[in-house]
Design a protein around this ligand. Structure first.
Ligand code: NAI
Length: 347
């Protein structure tokens, strides 16, 4: 009797710029050791896209993601000059990646806060990021007045709030905190709060707790007592700021993964950039991208593999104490990857 090979899941693979190819090689080595079920479709973007095709987001890359609806992406540089728009923003728009999910967990004890485990969910398509901005000239000052218009819709608010409640339920969380500034921006963020109250009352009241907090108070409470939070959901700009603050609670961007989930695709990445200052030196920390790959495994229903990957990373950093320079160690990118791959193989 023959058994059919388990079906593999097509996924686009974009190594990215700077340290991107180094941390992507390290991540793929660990995913291979884990037996991750992806069939990779390599593609280029960022500076590598400009070099190959003259476009930081080549049509072939967009086509690949359109087909696979799933991607693991290294950091992308937006070439300065030449009028290029950020490839990350273009990807968000092209695939309606409305939910940005950033889990933050203490991985290396001994930092400012122990035992942090919280998740920030940021609306990714609306708010003050829609870019409706202009100046008004007065006399000889062309920039005398600056005006920006934010756009939040009930439908967009409902979609991200539903995503947050469902995420919290699926992952066994206890509470969703809705962050807003409805006391001042009564319409722009009031609609978000109003929709949250309505949705919670009609659909989630008996299933999960919801609390509300104003963004400035939330920023303070995060540094006073971060353990009081669990899942936080908020609008685009507040989410941008709070997610970096939260990454700071657990040792900085080098350890922070991000998932961009949309109606048409899901793209997983490290939160950090291409780190041109250390590119090519073989010393970059690949953990954030590996954790992003872990989120991708969770997303395709392989939470078992995602959990094994996270456990192997924990054990390598804290039991074997193999760490890259940014974590106070002396391991190279490939040494850390080999150590994690060995742990993954042993579980
Ligand atoms: P960055 O995150 O690349 O670097 C900031 C600092 O953190 C640098 O000192 C760098 O060496 C260090 N660092 C970052 N990742 C690290 C890692 N994995 N291991 C060890 N050290 C690490 O931010 P920066 O310098 O502002 O941006 C560089 C480029 O990356 C820019 O072109 C920017 O546009 C792009 N970028 C792309 C992002 C993406 O594609 N998602 C996100 C952020 C920036």
């Amino acid at each position: 009797m023959t058994t059919a090979a388990p079906s593999r899941i097509p996924a686009t693979l974009i190594p990215g710029d700077g340290i991107g190819p180094e941390i992507m090689d390290a991540t793929i080595a660990v995913l291979d050791a884990l037996g991750a079920p992806f069939a990779w479709h390599p593609a280029v973007a960022g500076l590598a896209g400009v070099k190959a095709t003259g476009d930081p987001l080549p049509a072939a890359t967009l086509d690949s993601i359109r087909q696979t609806r799933l991607a693991l992406k290294g950091p992308l540089e937006t070439p300065s000059g030449g009028g290029y728009r950020s490839s990350n923003v273009r990807l968000r728009e092209a695939f309606k990646l409305y939910a940005n999910v950033r889990p933050a967990r203490t991985l290396v004890p001994g930092g400012r806060f122990e035992d942090i485990d919280l998740v920030l969910i940021r609306e990714n398509n609306e708010g003050l990021y829609t870019g409706y901005e202009h100046y008004i000239a007065i006399d000889d000052d062309p920039h005398a007045v600056a005006i920006a218009t934010g756009v939040n819709t009930r439908q967009g608010s409902r979609r991200i709030l539903e995503f947050a409640f469902e995420y919290a339920l699926r992952t066994g969380r206890r509470k969703v905190t809705v962050v807003h500034k409805a006391n001042i921006m009564k319409a722009l963020t009031g609609i978000f709060l109003e929709t949250a109250r309505e949705l919670h009352a009609t659909t989630y009241r008996d299933r999960i707790a919801m609390e509300e907090i104003i963004v400035d108070a939330c920023a303070m409470k995060l540094v006073m007592n971060p353990w009081q939070f669990d899942v936080i959901v908020t609008t685009n700009l507040f989410g941008d700021i709070l997610s970096d603050e939260i990454a700071g609670l657990v040792g900085g961007l080098g350890m922070a993964p991000g998932a961009n989930i949309g109606t048409q695709a899901a793209i997983f990445e490290a939160v950090h950039g291409s780190a041109p200052d250390i590119a090519g030196k073989g010393i970059a920390n690949p953990v954030a991208l590996m954790l992003a790959a872990g989120l991708m495994l969770d997303h395709v229903g392989r939470e078992d593999l995602g959990r094994r990957l996270r456990e192997a990373i924990d054990a390598t950093l804290n039991v074997d104490r193999v760490r890259t320079g940014d974590l106070g160690g002396s391991a190279s990118t490939t040494e850390l990857a080999s150590a994690i791959a060995a742990r993954v193989g042993a579980t």
